[in-house]
Design a protein around this ligand. Sequence first.
Ligand code: PLP
Length: 407
Amino acid sequence: MSSIIPPQDETGTEAGPSRAPGPSRRSLAAQAMGRIDPVTRAVVAPLHVSTTFIRDPDNAYSSGFSYARPDNATVREAESVIAMLEGAEAGALLFGSGMAAATAVFTALEPGDHAVAPRVMYWALRRWLREEAPRRTLTVDFVDTDDLDALRAAMRPGRTKLVWIETPGNPLWTITDIAGAADIAHAAGARLAVDSTAASPIHTRPLTLGADIVMHSATKILNGHSDVVAGVLAAGRADAFWERIGAIRANGGAILGPFEAYLLMRSLRTLPLRAAAQAASALDLAQRLRRHAFVASVLYPGLPDDPGHAVAARQMEGGFGYMLSIRVRGGEAAAVGTAARVRLWKRATSLGGVESLVEHRASVEGPGSPCPPDLLRLSTGLEDPGDLFADLDAALWAAHGGEDPRA
Ligand SMILES: *Cc1c(COP(=O)(O)O)cnc(C)c1O
């Protein structure tokens, strides 16, 4: 098992004497930043549920806390770990969902602004951008952002204020070059925001590659136990735009609840290990499935001949993430039939949990989806990868009229 554990990274203890010593991201996450409660000496921070706080006799709030809609101490604890993992100098902001976090970024734009987003992206955000953004007189163009020439051609210098990318991009796991996209956005006077949900901060740190804002659906691998809905934004620079996003969260009441923040905090302690193990299993599955008689293709940036592999190898570290898709021979019926026959895999939406999930994505996204009908989306969890392959293998054979070895 030790091979899947990420080595000490650049902030790690293997740094030579000329480099500033300090614990690695893995060590800091394991100890939730190492804070000890000053009152009890507890190693786990208390859960702060109070909605209100006593005002000082001189009318000040010396603790910094006054009311729980704008701010909460338990939420701050989880935010500090995520900011550390992302290298986010300006900090992180937790929201009640990934969608609340993502839409806060677009809401912070001015009426009449132009934004660019991927043609293939997380479908609920694409739907929001199609239906809600125009009502705010926001113009959004959808382009294949993995093609930097197409992205450059979509920029309207002076009007484009935001480039939104998602890498790896759901559900085809296309890779967008973050540094290249940052250069294009900045040259046109726009910001770059990256939905990094499928990468996790363990495998990609967009802020270190030039992005201005990174977003995660913390519902996915950050929490990783399929029991919290949450979202987060983190930023490198505390500029006016970032402050506006903070005001949107505070005034719109979109902060994460303290119980959810507590569960998320607990999960973040094991994130480096979970992410590494899940990515190692995803790669193992991708390699085995690409040779399968009933799999037409495997979409996974960790495969050397994947169109995104070269860029992924440059901008991802320690693995290529926990998400892959397969295109099943025999079309939609065979894909749905395979999903119907899994036993160990769970047939459900979402991703990043410790239990592996399979989903016929076109059924979820409905008409107009760019998702091919023969595609199954696989979220690799923490089960034995041999068991995961055997279960999918049996389901593929059974869906194609073969004998089910599990029968
Ligand atoms: C799930 C998801 C979202 C939305 O997050 P919620 O927490 O469900 O609101 C956004 N982007 C990606 C890539 C996702 O997988």
